[in-house]
Design a protein around this ligand. Sequence first.
Ligand code: ADP
Ligand code: MG
Length: 287
Amino acid sequence: ATPLAVVVGIGRAAERGLLVKNVEAVERALGARYVAFDKTGTLTVGAPRVVKYVGDEWALSLAASAEAKSAHPIAAAVVKFAAERGVAVAEPDMFDTFPGQGVYARVNGAVVGVGNEKLVEGLGAELPLEIRREAEAYRAEGYTVAYVVVDGVVRGYLVVGDEVRPEAGRILQRLREMGLEPVIVSGDHVAAVAKVAERLGVKRYFGGKTPEEKAEVVKELKKEGGVIFIGDGVNDAPALATADVGIAVATGTEVAKEAGDVVVRKGDLAKVVEFLELSRKIVRNAR
Ligand code: ADP
Ligand code: MG
């Protein structure tokens, strides 16, 4: 590619909120076969709400205290829900996150964990069969369930709902027209992923993946063809780095510091299509 055409094209794109950090991504994007999407916050609005809570106020207060320290969309939903109910939140003595699983904190002398089965397992807590069944039913409806574990005992759970972005269907269709196959690679439970995949007509999807496992999926897909991965820069850094082209959906304000070859603003999924069109134009002009 001629440097001038590339520089001009990329400069104009940056003005429109499409930041190409790695010029080589333009060429590599053309050889791609798959566009792999993270789900939460990328294909979905990422502003989930708590639609139901089962448990007492004490467990909810501890859960919200822990989640107040997390940047995950689910955490924001839990904190908001507790606030709406007037439940008090305390400052944890200790806090840690387990990417793809949940959070863990010590609050008022109690050890609390909020997250999925992996987190419950990791804390050595037993998941009562009845709760597991109820969670299964919500998941089949496309909801995410976050369990609340206090001192090694499951004390309740939160049912969290997220909506598919209204423009997602149209964008995936456009990608198919461009000869690319959309895939979903998510940390969320496979049943919740399946629901979103079904709604969007996506045939290949993966659920229950940790950030490292997402990178493994990308590696496997790469054996079949070029892979573009789109996800949030924090959780999906390994997958973004493993893909032929990593497109980070910026959640923070420091867009340029995000991982990935390309950065688009959150909520601007159409920029992915724009990037592919730009890549084609640049390479076409240069040849
Ligand atoms: P996705 O790939 O869908 O964006 P993440 O990798 O961000 O999902 O998270 C995977 C799963 O881990 C979530 O669906 C949720 O079950 C759990 N999880 C992660 N962070 C939190 C948190 N702060 N609170 C509760 N659950 C969490
Ligand atoms: Mg995510």
